[in-house]
Design a protein around this ligand. Structure first.
Ligand SMILES: [Zn+2]
Length: 282
């Protein structure tokens, strides 16, 4: 690497803390696992995968983003900000691993673009390359073929996402997003921060005109998690039935019931988030 002039290097992108999955397919990440003959979640070692691709991983605090990829004629360097949250594997914490997988996605997909300028681009606003890199990372860390044996039943909640997160070395949010994408049942995952609704992701069968309220209703666990209300919830509420109208403003939400499961999750650098898995009952 030292033989490469720094003038020839390009910054290809950075995975943002709030960047989330999109509608892109996950196949490219899964295909890399196939290529390497990796068959079990515990064998997904990003150091080995990166080395196979000619990428080096280093940890260093970054300003404005949590990871970035710099490339040269002979390979690239992924720099990731150290993170100590969540159960750690030999190749990193859940957040570090997703960041690294995201940068591997940029490299594998041949993205050449400027680094992200901000550290908190909301879900869905990172552009096509960011979406593709997120989908790549999700496919690499949570491949369909591995998840098939771990998929919970129709009545899944964030507890199931927590189990998968531990098994696959990812965050609960990343696992929950994958479950929502794969679910045949009407379910939506939301994230609220101190400013209100940050992003949401619905399963294909969830009513498309039901948009979560911008400000968390007092009838939802999000409100309780943010305000605790002296109930000693310790950052988690539910899973428990709630009126759908406390979550969605749609007229046909009246009289419907959802199962609300909410917990505190890692924030975007400006405070914590409350993520909620909201499942619509028949
Ligand atoms: Zn990126």
């Amino acid at each position: 690497m030292s033989s490469v002039s720094s003038k020839t290097w390009m910054i290809l992108g950075c995975w943002q803390t709030t960047g989330m999955l999109t509608d892109q397919r996950y196949r490219p990440g899964e295909a890399l696992l196939d290529e390497l003959g990796i068959r079990r979640p515990e064998d997904i070692d990003l150091r080995i995968i990166a080395a196979h691709l000619g990428l080096r991983i280093r940890r260093r605090c970054l300003d404005g983003c949590v990871a970035r990829l710099v490339t040269g004629p002979r390979g690239g360097i992924i720099t990731v900000s150290p993170d100590a949250s969540g159960p750690r594997r030999s190749d990193g914490s859940p957040r570090e691993r997703f960041s690294i997988a995201h940068e591997i996605g940029h490299w594998t997909l041949g993205h050449i673009h400027s680094a992200c300028a901000h550290g908190d681009i909301p879900y869905g606003r990172g552009g096509r390359h960011e979406a593709e890199a997120n989908a790549f990372a999700s496919g690499l860390l949570l491949p369909d073929t591995f998840l098939r044996d771990s998929m919970p039943g129709a009545d899944f909640d964030l507890g199931d996402a927590r189990t998968i997160a531990r098994q696959f070395g990812v965050s609960i949010t990343a696992a929950a997003l994958r479950l929502v994408d794969l679910s045949l049942h009407p379910v939506i995952l939301t994230a609220y921060n101190a400013n209100g609704l940050a992003w949401w992701r619905r399963s294909p069968t969830f009513p498309r005109h039901w948009r979560p309220v911008t400000t968390a209703s007092t009838g939802s666990y999000v409100h309780e998690v943010f305000h605790d209300l002296g109930r000693g919830l310790l950052g988690e509420g539910g899973p428990h039935p709630k009126a759908a109208s406390s979550w969605f403003a749609a007229p046909d939400a009246d009289g419907r019931t959802v199962i609300d499961h909410t917990l505190r999750a890692g924030g975007d650098g400006s405070g914590f988030q409350a993520i909620s898995l909201v499942r619509l009952l028949p």
